[in-house]
Design a protein around this ligand. Structure first.
Ligand SMILES: [Zn+2]
Length: 173
């Protein structure tokens, strides 16, 4: 069964040659965060903000249903938490890890926060704004362009989503 989530198929485009040793570790933490969204019936997407020195300054998961807030995506919540931790809206010298390719809103927030590096898991051909539908993160006319890597643990990240939607179709909701 395919719901349209899949691992990045063209690693070079998404910069996986830039993968760093700790990336997988942090993506696994983001996955663990994503699993927590299921506890309140939210689509399991998790995000983490990690400073360049390795300190995790924010971890969040999708809370759209929980808050009944269309903007309560994991990335936006994580960026808010990171900005609060730093005492600045500029989330500099940090990377954001997210289990699903960011949407247009989250990609916009990432650009606004001046995050230097984004690593995502599964691609989202229906809403992704890191190249799948739009390429907000790679738009040369914007004043900030983060380094982007995609497809890391993409299969696991996508499976978590597929299982969630399959269980909902199974009559839970
Ligand atoms: Zn989003």
């Amino acid at each position: 069964m395919s719901l349209g989530f899949f691992a990045g198929e063209d690693p070079e485009v998404y910069g996986m040659d830039e993968e760093r040793p700790d990336d997988e570790y942090f993506m696994r933490l983001a996955l663990r965060e994503a699993e927590r969204a299921r506890e309140h019936g939210d689509v399991p997407i998790g995000a983490l903000v990690v400073r360049d020195d390795g300190e995790v300054i924010a971890a969040a998961h999708n809370e759209r249903e929980l808050r009944q807030d269309p903007t309560a995506h994991a990335e936006v919540l994580a960026l808010r938490e990171a900005a609060q931790a730093l005492g600045s809206w500029r989330v500099l010298e940090a990377a954001l890890y997210v289990t699903l390719e960011p949407c247009a809103m989250c990609a916009g927030a990432i650009v606004l926060a001046r995050v230097s590096r984004i690593v995502y898991g599964a691609s989202d051909p229906k809403a992704g704004a890191a190249g799948s539908v739009l390429d907000v993160l790679g738009e040369p006319r914007l004043n900030h362009r983060p380094e982007v890597a995609g497809g890391l643990l993409g299969e696991e990240c996508g499976d978590l989503l597929s299982e969630f939607f399959a269980s909902r179709r199974g009559g839970m909701i």
